[in-house]
Design a protein around this ligand. Sequence first.
Ligand SMILES: NC(=O)c1ccc[n+]([C@@H]2O[C@H](COP(=O)([O-])OP(=O)(O)OC[C@H]3O[C@@H](n4cnc5c(N)ncnc54)[C@H](O)[C@@H]3O)[C@@H](O)[C@H]2O)c1
Length: 382
Amino acid sequence: MGKIKVGVIGTGFIGPAHIEALRRLGSVDVAALAECSDEVARAKAEALGIEEYYGDYKQLLKKGDIQSVHICSPNYLHYEMAKETLEAGKHVICEKPLAISVAEAEELVELADKKGLVNAVNFNIRYYPLMRQVRTMVEKGDVGNIFAVQGSYLQDWLFYQIDYNWRLEPERSGESRAVADIGSHWMDLIEYVTGLRIKEVCADFATFHKIRKKPLKPVETYAGKVLQPEDYEDMPINTEDYATVLFRFENDGRGVMTVNQVAAGRKNRLYFEMDGSKQSIAWESEKPNQIWIGRRDGNNEVMMRDPSLVYPETRTLIDYPGGHNEGFPDTFKQLFKEVYAHISGDRSGPASFPTFKDGLREIALCEAVMNSNRKRAWVKVG
Ligand SMILES: NC(=O)c1ccc[n+]([C@@H]2O[C@H](COP(=O)([O-])OP(=O)(O)OC[C@H]3O[C@@H](n4cnc5c(N)ncnc54)[C@H](O)[C@@H]3O)[C@@H](O)[C@H]2O)c1
């Protein structure tokens, strides 16, 4: 049987991670890419070893042999690209966030249903194998009733005032930054592992760098040069560097999340701890191959990712033996493995992977969080 032909739109940071993971599946051929211009597309195609390239994604969508498309462009483009991809009759794997507003995301969910095409949103953190183990432990009753969940997602790549990226511009990234960019991963993961829905939120945002220094030319232009003050312009910042959000879950459990993109030394650290009526579980993304299990009446335990130790439900996400660590790139491979099993027809029925409905859910959560911060009050999730 021939390989499934795939196109990738956007090949900055995360596009190549998709391409690498797709190639590891074996059943897929990354046949084409699209970028923001012909020049960039040509350079990226050469660097990534992809034969066909386009400076306009609409040209890629016209190709009849491409069956599925990965959308890895900046946030504000996701809606129109996903919509046109579905209209072209192709399956879609979209980076998060699925869209900028609830209305856009609802339209995409409806269109994907109508077309009967496979649709996924890349909430890849669910695919660290031990996250499925935690979900399975909760489902089997090992944790008991969940009283509380607390945690954070911290980064330092926007620590300095001169750190700049399109994510700082609401017209390209959306009205929320830290919550939409990384808080969305935390909330998606927590709803996934606990099986509980967040019912109400109460948020407090802060912007520590109220003015940032935007380079006047693309940063690569300056590679190897020392920047002078005249190489920057002052940009007022309207999105949050930081947020703390309180949660009430549907079981009346409580939660709290802190997100911060200016936390020195925290490169990309998602952490959570859930406290249940039988035991507690904690995990952090910078040490993804272990979970901590806390007990009142016995020894605490560190469980290692090892196919011989986990529940069978988890084993399908583990490709290497214990001690042979799997990490960030493997989460993409495992997510795509489940998506492409549906695209190829090897698997049917309800999706085990995050779909456009999950993408919509995250945008609804982010909107509730933003409303709460604006109103300085508790807000119900719509
Ligand atoms: N799931 C994750 O862990 C994860 C991690 C990082 C980024 N992301 C998401 O991936 C998306 C991209 O983020 P990134 O960090 O790779 O950004 P990036 O800026 O590094 O890359 C974006 C790419 O899109 C290209 N692009 C811009 N306009 C385009 C157009 N009209 N047509 C085709 N290509 C176009 C840019 O030239 C660039 O190469 C964002 O939505 C982000 O939220 C997800």
